[in-house]
Design a protein around this ligand. Structure first.
Ligand SMILES: [Mg+2]
Length: 302
């Protein structure tokens, strides 16, 4: 189980770093020669979620917001979208962490994938408590992404990580069953239909059709299902799952990060290719965070 925790966070960072080579491109013929292991805002914020959960022994919204702000100010060049820095400025001016993000997009909040791309540590810490997993996934989302579809995307991604952590990777995964559980979990009709589409497309060989029907953009209801789908049809191999995810094009670093989190949680860190792990920026720190999450989980359950 500890290896699955480490595999999840390392897998997410590796997927981000691979995907960042192709952001915005149609990448059906993937050439990973340029891989440097450098990751983007997805991993930077995922690290922030883990740091805050560990240091507070669970979720504390105002602490997590402050960690996000501190990390962003230290390394603002990680490829952040425009929303989070706007929210950070509002919080610094005194607005509550749970209120600031509601002001984006004319008061509707963002339904981008920014809350889902970083949520893996929540899926790990609450893998055996569906209710708590959902409420913490929503709450951490609310710091920057207040739209219900952004929050639901984070919960659906966290739940997929939880399912992968719990799955026995020594026997075959039934992709239809996996997707069925995700579909049952979501309370949103938009996600239910997308996950159903994932099942229908499992044997589809035309990748452009998959990308068109699931979507590959920054909207959480497109990229989260695309990542879950990439894992489901390539459950047997971390390498295949992440390569497939990135090859769908669009928001490749985030789809890669989310597929990498689920697949890494399923396979454990040993099954992530060495050449990808070895070059990964701050690998030891990411591993350490995953181990501390595991220790926290063991203490909580013990
Ligand atoms: Mg990014």
């Amino acid at each position: 189980m500890k290896s699955k925790f480490v595999g999840c966070l390392v897998g997410s960072a590796v997927g981000d770093a691979l995907g960042s080579l192709f952001e915005g491109f149609w990448a059906s013929d993937l050439e990973f020669a340029g891989y440097s292991g450098r990751w983007t805002d997805d991993t930077h914020m995922m690290i922030g979620v883990a740091e805050s959960l560990i240091s507070c022994g669970g979720f504390d919204g105002s602490h997590m917001a402050q960690i996000f702000i501190k990390n962003y100010e230290e390394e603002p060049w990680r490829g952040y979208a425009s929303g989070p820095p706007q929210v950070f400025r509002m919080i610094k001016r005194g607005l509550a962490w749970s209120e600031a993000s509601k002001r984006l997009f004319n008061g509707l909040g963002s339904y981008g994938n920014g809350a889902a791309m970083r949520v893996a540590p929540v899926g790990l810490l609450y893998y055996d408590n569906e209710e708590r997993l959902r409420s913490v996934a929503y709450a951490q989302s609310q710091i920057t992404h207040a739209h219900e579809l952004g929050m639901e995307g984070a919960a659906v991604q966290a739940y997929s990580v939880a399912l992968a952590v719990k799955a026995d990777s020594s026997s075959e995964l039934d992709s239809y069953e996996f997707l069925g559980k995700v579909k049952e979990f979501t309370i949103s009709e938009v996600y239910r239909q997308k996950i159903e589409k994932c099942s229908e497309l499992l044997s589809e060989t035309n990748k452009r059709k998959v990308a068109r029907e699931l979507g590959n953009g920054v909207e959480a209801y497109n990229s989260v299902p695309a990542a879950i789908y990439s894992f489901s049809r390539n459950w047997h191999s971390f390498k295949d799952a992440v390569t497939y995810a990135v090859s769908l094009g669009g928001d490749t670093d985030t789809i890669g990060a989310m597929a990498g989190a689920i697949s890494g949680a399923y396979h454990g860190v040993e099954n992530i290719p060495e050449e990808w792990k070895n070059k990964l920026e701050k690998k030891h720190y990411i591993e350490k965070l995953a181990e501390e999450l595991w220790n926290l989980k063991s203490r909580k359950s013990g």
